[in-house]
Write a protein that binds this ligand. Structure first.
Ligand code: NAG
Ligand code: NAG
Length: 471
């Protein structure tokens, strides 16, 4: 007997049998024995992650839209991957995101790994680690700090604002002064955000990339190194930035001040703070230019209550309704935003059938801002930009369903800063007559889920010609 005979005679059949047994075992486990086996949804989604892969990576970031359709078919609970459920019941939002002080919510580790920024506040999987990182950052984003960024006096213009914004993070580049530079930067961010969809399927590729990141030029890190270069120098220079302050905060454990962690935090804050704000500002400016009624209402309010300080602007009702409507149609973080209860089971009762579902600890529970913000019962004609929705008691009640900054203990830390930027920027927009140039609704609306709303993929952005100063 030769070895060759053994391999051809026994080896392949044994391996083949084991493989088939493994596949059958996985199928039987996922479909019949898994704790989520009874949850409605397409069989393929319960069986394999390739279903998600198809709708998010082969199709350009379409799974949230597919899930929206699945909810019409299977409502209100759908098993979206072997280990994840989507719940489209607005009464369940708080259970997912804001379950009260005695219960913890972790993030889904697989999704966090896909972001490639594990040691940032957004990459903190565990409830307690997130709280610690958040505490370290919270003073930078408090309302008091925001008022310091935009002191009383003349309302700032956009270039000042963005300059101050970029500067505050320790990246001493005036992007607004050089629009080609800002354009390149925006493309880089888009590249990073689009890579996340692939990363989430192949986290081992990501681990390999990170391992090689320092030696190979063509990796994800090369997209972002221009932004993070300055972080490494932060210790030597006297830059007054968040990263600098974290670095020198000796109350934090050494592990929370490591270069890797500071770099991740800087990239996250920069991507989250810059790109999503830019998307929201483009969106609202588009709608102000596209609908003269809304612009006229806004100008009337700004004229009748002249406001030169941030504090005054934040008091203007119509302006704030415009901001609310912008957050609604900007859809915040557009993905599924899964949360995991690490130690307790979670129960959901489908009110229409009285059926009870129990999700064991560790289940990834999600809902998307699409399922909430485009819910036709709460927001009729959901894709119309209508600040009037937020008026009066009905409008106040709708604020419970505002998920633009998410909800609960992981609510966006930059909320006050973003809202300050928004009112300042929108008031500035109202001072100019601009006309849209070769720009349509498809250039601002939510067509792809690359973490932030992404309009048609060949969009050149919102473009406009300046006509005159409005008076
Ligand atoms: C905005 O501020 C920048 C920087 O201070 C200044 O150069 C620019 O002229 C200002 N633009 C307008 C329209 O006021
Ligand atoms: C403009 O906005 C107003 C108020 O939100 C709305 O009633 C109207 O239908 C909009 N007009 C267009 C052309 O979309």
């Amino acid at each position: 007997m030769t070895t060759g005979f053994v391999i051809s005679g026994y080896f392949l059949p044994i391996v083949g049998t084991l493989l088939i047994a493994y596949l059958l075992g996985t199928i039987v486990y996922r479909l019949c024995l898994h704790p989520l086996a009874g949850v409605p949804g397409p069989i393929l989604a319960a069986l394999t992650y390739w279903y998600e892969f198809y709708y998010d990576a082969i199709q350009p970031a379409q799974y949230v839209f597919k899930i929206q359709k699945l909810h019409k078919e299977f409502e209100p609970v759908v098993r979206t991957t072997p280990a994840e459920v989507s719940i489209a019941d607005l009464d369940f939002i708080d259970t997912i995101y804001s379950p009260g002080p005695s219960q913890k919510r972790d993030k889904d580790i697989e999704k966090v790994k896909a972001l490639v920024l594990d040691s940032s506040i957004g990459g903190a999987v565990g409830h307690d680690l997130h709280r610690r990182r958040r505490r370290a950052l919270s003073s930078f984003y408090s309302p008091r700090q925001v008022l310091r960024v935009a002191p009383d006096g003349e309302v700032l213009n956009l270039s000042d604002l963005y300059f101050g914004f970029a500067n505050d993070f320790g990246f001493d580049q005036n992007l607004m002064a050089g629009l080609p530079g800002a354009h390149t930067r925006r493309e880089n961010f888009n590249g990073v955000l689009r890579a996340v969809k692939l990363n989430s399927q192949f986290t081992w590729v990501r681990d390999l990339l990170r391992y090689l990141a320092r030696s190979l030029p063509l990796t994800l890190s090369s997209y972002i190194t221009p932004q993070t270069d300055t972080v490494g120098r932060v210790g030597q220079e006297n830059i007054n930035s968040i990263v600098h302050e974290l670095h020198n905060d000796h109350k934090l454990p050494q592990s929370e001040r490591s270069p890797r962690r500071l770099e991740d935090e800087a990239v996250l804050l920069l991507v989250a703070g810059t790109q999503s704000t830019q998307v929201a500002l483009s969106l609202v400016h588009y709608h102000l230019m596209a609908n003269s009624t809304i612009m006229a209402n806004l100008r009337a309010e700004l004229e009748s209550q002249p406001s030169s300080t941030l504090a005054q602007l934040l008091q203007l009702p119509y302006l704030n309704d415009v901001v609310q409507e912008t957050h609604r149609l900007a859809f915040g973080v557009t993905g599924r935003n899964a949360r995991v209860s690490p130690d307790q089971p979670t129960t959901y009762v489908d009110k229409s059938t009285a059926r009870t579902f129990t999700f064991p600890p560790g289940t990834s529970m999600s809902t998307s801002t699409l399922l909430v913000h485009a819910n036709e019962e709460i927001f009729p004609d959901p894709f119309a930009f209508d600040p009037g929705r937020w008026l009066g008691p009905a409008g106040a009640a709708r604020k419970n369903y505002q998920m633009g900054f998410s909800k609960g203990p992981r609510m966006c830390i930059g909320m006050h800063l973003v809202n300050a930027e928004m009112v300042i920027a929108i008031a500035a927009m109202a001072r100019w007559n601009l006309e849209l140039f070769a720009t349509s609704y498809e250039d601002v609306t939510f067509l792809h889920d690359y973490h932030i709303i992404t309009p048609r993929l060949d969009s050149k952005g919102v473009r406009a010609c300046v006509k005159s100063r409005a008076q």
